[in-house]
Design a protein around this ligand. Structure first.
Ligand code: SF4
Length: 234
């Protein structure tokens, strides 16, 4: 189900939600402990409104109907907390996909974050399009890391596959979350942004009146990732 590029990511988010959510259950394909953040228990899901050139989970996000099984929120919490107690880890996240595709997946997420201290890794698209959802994260035991996919509309379209008109949505999410008192920060891909792109996005964030740190991450250079990037012109 790979769409023609560039696509409308809001429409794609709704299509993804219809595939990966069923009776309040969401599709996951793996539960594990990982080394990130100094040790975190991770539920790997499928379904994202973007198709980033460097996504390590590209194939599953291009065809989420083919991967994973539906789990209720309480089943996810059970799996996460059981791994946590075996590994003595107290931090949780969902990875491999976008946790917020619309109101149904958001309600599922609200129940899953009851597992404990949670890092919500998001691309910020739906939270920016529906700020009332972002506001509901205020006061919860969560921190939110927003993956920023470009430093201007053109680079955003090239990297995410989504139309450039949606470039600012993740920044709106960032602003809304911080105003709601949530520890939210942007993360950029250093290999693509380089110094100039990072400077551009920092200036834009400052112009929007947002005061925050910017995290820089680096590519996992899998062969498939490098070939998809060349194909996309990144
Ligand atoms: S936003 Fe994240 S999960 Fe979605 S396609 Fe991009 S890298 Fe993959």
């Amino acid at each position: 189900m790979t769409p023609a590029l560039p696509f409308d990511p809001i429409q794609r988010a709704a299509e993804m939600e219809a595939i990966v959510m069923h009776d309040q259950k969401r599709k996951y394909y793996r539960f594990r402990a990982s080394r990130h953040y100094g040790g975190i228990v991770t539920a790997d899901a499928v379904g994202c409104p973007f198709l980033c050139a460097y996504c390590w989970n590209y194939a599953r996000n291009a065809s989420p109907e083919r991967f994973g099984k539906y789990y209720a929120a309480d089943e996810v919490v059970e799996k996460l907390t059981s791994i946590a107690s075996r590994k003595s880890i107290r931090l949780f996240r969902i990875s491999g996909a976008e946790p917020v595709l619309g109101p149904v997946s958001f309600d599922h997420l609200l129940q899953v974050v009851e597992a404990g201290r949670f890092i919500i890794e998001t691309n910020g698209l739906v939270l920016g399009a529906r700020p009332h959802l972002a506001e509901r994260l205020g006061g919860l035991n969560v921190a939110v890391r927003i993956g920023i996919k470009g430093w201007d509309p053109q680079s955003f379209e090239r990297i995410s596959g989504a139309k450039k008109e949606f470039f600012r949505y993740p920044l709106i999410a960032l602003k809304t979350l911080r105003e709601a008192g949530v520890d939210a920060w942007p993360a950029v891909m250093g290999d693509l942004f380089l110094t100039e792109g990072t400077r551009c996005i920092a200036a834009l964030i400052e112009e929007m009146g947002i005061r925050t740190r910017i995290e820089t991450e680096y590519l996992e250079r899998y062969p498939g990732v490098m070939s998809a990037m060349r194909h996309r012109g990144c």
